[in-house]
Design a protein around this ligand. Structure first.
Ligand code: URA
Length: 243
């Protein structure tokens, strides 16, 4: 890949400081391009092909990051908030200069898979109902879920506030009883969608956890509040849906 960019922009994007600070780095002779000291911070270099060294360490340029977080309760899916903790507070300093943000929202009391990225095109793709990407949730329901609800979910549920009927959703019953355990598969991500779908059949969601989005499944090794970068096969799926 070829990408001509100003050296100072590359260094800022990769977290080496503000524009002023990286200019200073270059001035002090701490940056080399293809083994030669960089003379000016404003020169254009190829972010991927030229060898950029900062204090003797070769910089691996990348523009985007893709993280999978197992969201705990008590955090909101936003980058800033005056009252609540945000999921960004769970992310290490090393990633923050990429300015990641959550793809879509999980409610404050919902746990599970949340993707964070700074790639706007991917965000759009993943949350657009047109893409038909299935989100799978595990839910504990106060109520007896039966074949009747399976049928209602399949036919779509009218959400009056938005004057919108949900796309066909799949419901799998894992445990039947006064309290039921289910898997729910939906294609959109309307506000409180799963909770509102159950409300419309007179039931309450008491626990909700997202297990997957398309082919990206929550890594069972991630404890709540832990995250990791998407791995190669997950990135291959991302590339496939972006084609
Ligand atoms: N549906 C909900 O009701 N809440 C979520 O957090 C996600 C889907």
């Amino acid at each position: 890949m070829k990408k001509m960019m100003r050296l100072d922009k590359i260094l800022v994007n990769m977290g080496y400081g503000s524009r002023k600070e990286v200019k200073e780095l270059v001035k002090k002779g701490e940056v080399k391009i293809n083994n030669e000291y960089a003379k000016q911070a404003s020169i254009k270099v190829d972010a991927y092909l030229d060898i950029i060294e900062v204090r003797g360490e070769v910089l691996e340029y990348r523009e985007f990051i893709y993280l999978m977080l197992n969201k705990p309760k008590g955090y909101i899916s936003a980058t800033e908030d005056d009252y609540h903790k945000t999921v960004i507070e769970l992310i290490d300093e090393d990633y923050l200069h990429f300015k990641p943000y959550p793809v879509g929202r999980l409610d404050i009391d919902t746990t599970g898979l949340l993707i964070l990225t700074n790639d706007g095109d991917l965000t759009h793709k993943l949350i657009s109902p047109k893409s038909g990407i299935i989100k799978k949730y595990h839910a504990e329901i106060d109520g007896r879920v039966t074949e009747k609800e399976i049928e209602i979910f399949k036919n779509g549920i009218y959400l009056a506030e938005e004057d919108y009927t949900t796309l066909p959703a799949k419901l799998e019953i894992l445990k039947r009883g006064q309290m039921s355990t289910v898997h729910v598969f939906i294609q959109e991500g309307k506000y409180h969608q799963v909770k509102r779908m159950f409300e419309s059949v007179g039931m309450k969601v008491v626990e909700l956890k997202r297990l997957s989005m398309g082919e990206i499944e929550l890594d069972v090794d991630l404890g709540e509040g832990e995250y990791r970068e998407l791995n190669r096969s997950e990135m291959e799926w991302i590339q496939k849906i972006m084609e």
